[in-house]
Design a protein around this ligand. Structure first.
Ligand code: NAD
Length: 336
């Protein structure tokens, strides 16, 4: 079988992370890199050795690729993804799928009609810490009854573009989307949600969020996310509780868990693991390439991505209207 031929659109930070991983995967060929700023494309192409360069999606199409990585800024994902899917290309798109419902609907429709494979890059699922939590839950060692999640940042001032919703789509699309995705991934389908949000520092958007979720399983969870708390640790944490059991993450560095009253506290420390594995980037790429070469399901397909996109829209709606939302009903109506 012919190796998948990959082109990357948008040659910034995250493109470099994916390119390094793909360059080490013998199952694919990294053919080309395109960026509005051609110097950025040239710099990344030089780093990985042998790729062609261009400035647009159309340039990548001309390089005879069959798979496109879309790693442009958040509000510039939908158009290239839809164009690529409509022509039958496989697509790996960095988070978010879109920054509103209309965009997400366009991608979902294009993915449903396309011969190509669509995948959304939600690397945090495959971080070693979260892999461990998922394994404890899937192995029924931990049956979640409630949980608290948090993700804080020192954004909005540094870098300044993180305060511009025209580029990010809003703080939840830029940052908290990772924890919002983990809620569903670890605790299952969401039944209802409610969000209280404040505009504390930003003049343009909510930057302080407190959320409450109920799950179809009966579990409940809170998620707190502040854009202007600073960069002091700990800024990222998941704590899941069961019957006399707790499992928690400390950043992407450590998992600590005790599974009954007499259990000792087990600690797994991943401090020494390299960035690409620790962050889940290596595994998400491996699973996507598996889907291309073996026909297995991609890790985060368009239906899954559209449910996440709907969830973000519902959280903002709840914050704006100060109302609880029946998310299970919304999902049935909107996605099916
Ligand atoms: N999953 C993660 O952990 C993670 C981490 C960082 C970034 N991201 C996501 O990756 C995307 C890119 O982020 P980044 O940090 O690499 O940004 P970046 O600013 O470093 O790179 C973006 C690149 O895209 C180029 N670009 C902009 N518009 C373009 C267009 N229309 N066509 C071609 N090129 C274009 C820019 O010139 C720039 O080189 C964002 O959506 C971001 O949310 C994800």
């Amino acid at each position: 079988m012919k190796k998948p031929r990959i082109g990357i659109l948008g040659a910034g930070f995250i493109a470099g992370v994916h390119a390094n991983i793909l360059a080490d995967d013998d199952r694919v060929e990294l053919v080309g890199v395109a960026d509005l700023v051609e110097d950025n494309a040239a710099r990344l192409a030089t780093r990985i050795g042998h790729a062609q360069t261009g400035s647009s999606l159309e340039d990548l199409f001309r390089m005879d690729v069959d798979t496109i990585y879309v790693t442009t800024p958040n509000t510039r994902h939908v158009d290239p993804v839809v164009a690529a899917l409509e022509q039958g290309f496989n697509v790996f798109c960095e988070k978010p799928m879109a920054t509103d419902l209309v965009g997400g609907d366009r991608v979902l429709a294009a993915a449903r009609d396309s011969a190509g494979v669509y995948n959304l890059g939600m690397n945090r699922r495959y971080a070693w810490t979260h892999d461990k939590l998922k394994q404890l839950i899937d192995d029924r060692q931990l049956a979640p009854t409630s949980a608290q999640f948090k993700l804080n940042r020192g954004e909005l001032l540094r870098p300044a573009w993180t305060a511009d919703p025209a580029q990010t789509g809003g703080f939840l699309y830029e940052t908290t989307i990772h924890q919002i995705d983990l809620l569903r991934y670890l605790l299952g389908p969401i039944a209802t949600l409610r969000c209280a949000a404040r505009q504390t520092i930003s003049s343009t958007e909510f930057d302080d969020f407190s959320m409450l979720f109920t799950f179809v399983s009966g579990a409940t969870a809170t998620l707190s996310s502040c854009a202007h708390s600073g960069w002091s640790f700990p800024f990222e944490r998941v704590e899941i509780y069961g019957r006399y059991a707790t499992a928690m993450t400390e950043e992407l560095e450590r998992v600590r868990y005790a599974l009954n009253l007499d259990d000792t506290v087990h600690t797994e420390d991943y401090t020494h693991i390299g960035f690409a594995d620790k962050g889940g980037y290596a595994k998400e790429n491996r699973l996507f390439v598996d889907a291309l070469v073996n026909g297995s399901a991609p890790p985060v397909d368009a239906e899954d991505a559209a449910a996440l996109n709907l969830l973000l829209a519902c959280i903002y709606e709840s914050a704006n209207n100060n109302q609880e939302i029946d998310f299970a009903a919304r999902r049935r109506e909107h996605i099916g």
